[in-house]
Design a protein around this ligand. Structure first.
Ligand SMILES: CC(=O)SCCNC(=O)CCNC(=O)[C@H](O)C(C)(C)COP(=O)(O)OP(=O)(O)OC[C@H]1O[C@@H](n2cnc3c(N)ncnc32)[C@H](O)[C@@H]1OP(=O)(O)O
Ligand SMILES: CC(C)C(=O)C(=O)O
Length: 571
């Protein structure tokens, strides 16, 4: 027996007919007007709506970011919102270049209360809505099209009269046909034409018409088509600032907003980090940063995003997802080896290049542009390779591993990571490095050395005291340089060591500076690495040889047992 297909209860979206659509070949070259609706649409979706203190903090933050239009609440609906609007006005908390916006239903008593809340405001946008979608007309309001238009026109007339009675305020009128995107397009145009005529908008004093995708219901190209169709069919396009208000039910709110702007919208309403009803309003941070990465400054300041994110988390009492575009705690982090390698090379190439353009693999933007640091870019777990391990040792501990040593050491780190099954911090990596190369001091230890040279000759004479298995002995050697002399001295004492590769550099600065030497030696036909540190580069190089000898003689121990709890090294 065939099971019913539950998906058949849904119908495919039928888009508007627009074969000569223009939006696909347009580019966004200037930012839209932004309106942040966090304090209204965002707030009405919170488990615990914001109190005065949280509202004020979020308002101040939005102003600081650079928003000039901020929907601050639904003052006719709640006393908290009413009081908040009053406090903004009475305590003169709204900068002169910022317009506060408030929402009201198209109902007389709510409109009157809205104007009460706005008394004395310098600049205000009164935003009225009614549902125009056919299901709402039938199911929620039980009205026909003419009655639906009448609700909107009556509300508009009442608002116009209230505005005229309070000329001390610079007013802007905004109308939203709710669920624009599921309204018949010709009816959306008809009702907005009627509202525009009732308000008496003009090119000099335009009104805002906001076209919400209240519930996102189709692919974003459909929304762009609808916005373009609307703009081409409305009677007085020049009397309108066309605004869009996308929600994110299908997860494509950002794309819908972008395509709608290409379709002709002048303005976008949304919330920081996509807070809002259900899956949220369109995320204004992503939209702004998307523009930024195309070379268009959005006119909003997200140059220090982490404190903004923390403040919004506090106000909304909701976390921002760690993978949130541009801002999440993990978005500038690479764990996987090949990504780390490419980032490291990209960063190095950028340091050397004359080119100003950002071309670092796997990083769509420079983390510094949002106040994030490079250090957070690379983190190590069992998916990481040598690139990430050496990057962290270099950036955070000043240790520049030669390539072949970094290959060997990454295996040590891999073992630790596999055993722990979680991320290992740079401090743990450093501990593993110390345990593996620097702390192995038996059976050989260098106690001290003395060098003398021949006049006018590179040859040096070395006398060194070493301890071998607890017994001290003095060894003597000569060579073209201290390391060569030391190798000769070891050979004379019965330890044949051949240097294959040698690197050194200084580490740290000022009084804390020390030398670090890396050797790769051949011992009994086996290549072994050793590392030494000391105030003097000569001692560091000899200690590196001793480290190789000790590592060769100790049976290959399992990788150091490093955990956060067993750290003994200082950074
Ligand atoms: C898409 C959006 O986000 S729109 C914004 C939604 N935000 C909110 O609703 C938050 C605040 N809202 C509220 O506090 C309340 O709903 C209020 C104060 C606005 C209204 O409260 P109440 O009068 O108790 O009505 P209720 O909450 O049940 O809302 C439904 C009523 O509003 C009417 N209504 C809904 N929207 C509108 C509108 N835009 N214009 C006119 N009437 C409307 C409905 O027809 C219904 O009326 P009915 O009871 O006569 O059938
Ligand atoms: C009031 C309108 C703009 C709204 O919030 C929506 O449709 O989502």
């Amino acid at each position: 027996m065939m099971l019913d297909n539950p998906a058949t209860k849904y119908r495919p979206f039928v888009g508007v007919d627009l074969p000569d659509r223009q939006w696909p070949s347009r580019r966004i070259e200037t930012p839209p007007q932004w309106c942040a609706v966090d304090l209204r649409d965002g707030n009405q979706a919170l488990i615990d709506p914001m109190d005065q203190e949280r509202k004020q903090r979020l308002f101040d933050l939005l102003v600081k970011i650079g928003f000039k239009q901020i929907e601050v609440g639904f003052p006719s609906a709640s006393q908290t919102d009413f009081d908040f609007v009053r406090s903004l006005i009475e305590e003169d908390k709204v900068p002169d270049d910022v317009r506060i916006q408030v929402l009201t239903q198209a109902r007389p008593h709510l409109i009157d209360r809205t104007f009460e809340a706005l008394k004395g405001a310098k600049n205000a946008i009164v935003h009225v809505y009614n549902a125009t979608d056919p299901v709402f007309r039938r199911v929620v309001f039980n009205v026909d099209k003419a009655e639906c238009i009448q609700i909107a026109v009556d509300a508009t007339t009442q608002i116009r009269e209230n505005m005229a009675a309070a000329p001390e305020t610079h007013w802007t009128f905004q109308y939203s046909p709710e669920l624009f995107s599921t309204t018949e397009m010709d009816f959306a145009v008809e009702i907005v034409d009627a509202v525009e005529a009732a308000f008496g908008a003009s090119a000099e004093a335009p009104m805002i018409v906001n076209l919400p995708a209240t519930v996102e219901c189709a692919t974003p190209n459909n929304y762009a088509d609808q916005v373009e169709w609307f703009c081409r069919h409305i009677r007085h396009r020049d009397h309108l600032i066309v605004s869009v208000h996308p929600h994110n039910d299908r997860g494509t709110g950002v794309a819908a907003a972008e395509l709608a702007v290409m379709g002709g919208a002048d303005r976008v309403e949304g919330c920081l980090f996509g807070n809002g009803e259900r899956t949220g309003n369109v995320d204004l941070v992503t939209l702004a940063m998307n523009l930024y990465t195309q070379g268009v400054h959005p006119g909003l300041d997200f140059s220090n995003i982490t404190p903004i994110m923390r403040e919004v988390e506090h106000c909304n009492q909701l976390p921002v997802h760690p993978r949130h575009p541009y801002v999440g705690d993990l978005v500038f982090t690479a764990f996987s080896g090949s990504h780390q390698d490419a980032i490291k090379k990209g960063m190095a190439a950028r340091r050397e290049a004359q080119n100003d353009f950002w071309e670092v693999p796997y990083l769509p933007i420079d983390p510094l542009d949002v106040g994030r640091s490079y250090e957070a870019v690379i983190r190590v777990n069992s998916q990481s390779g040598k690139g990430g391990v050496s990057y962290l040792l270099e950036q955070e501990h000043g240790i520049e591993l030669p390539r072949r040593l970094s290959m060997e050491f990454s295996q040590v780190v891999q073992e630790v990571a596999d055993r722990l099954g979680r991320e290992i911090t740079s401090q743990m990596i450093y501990q593993a490095f110390v345990d593996e190369y620097l702390a192995k001091s038996t059976p050989f230890t260098l106690i001290g050395h003395r060098l003398s040279s021949e006049p006018d000759s590179p040859r040096v004479h070395l006398e060194a005291v070493i301890e071998e298995g607890g017994e001290r002995q003095t060894i003597l050697g000569q060579g073209n340089g201290p390391l060569a002399a030391f190798i000769k001295a070891l050979a004379a004492a019965g330890h044949d060591v051949e240097i294959i590769d040698y690197h050194e550099h200084s580490r740290g600065q000022g009084a804390d500076a020390e030398a670090i030497a890396y050797v790769e030696v051949r011992l009994a036909n086996e290549a072994v690495f050793g590392v030494g540190t000391d105030e003097s580069i000569t001692s560091a190089s000899m200690k590196a040889v001793m480290s190789a000898l000790n590592r060769h003689l100790s049976t290959r121990a399992p990788a150091p047992n490093v955990t956060e709890e067993t750290l003994t090294v200082a950074k």
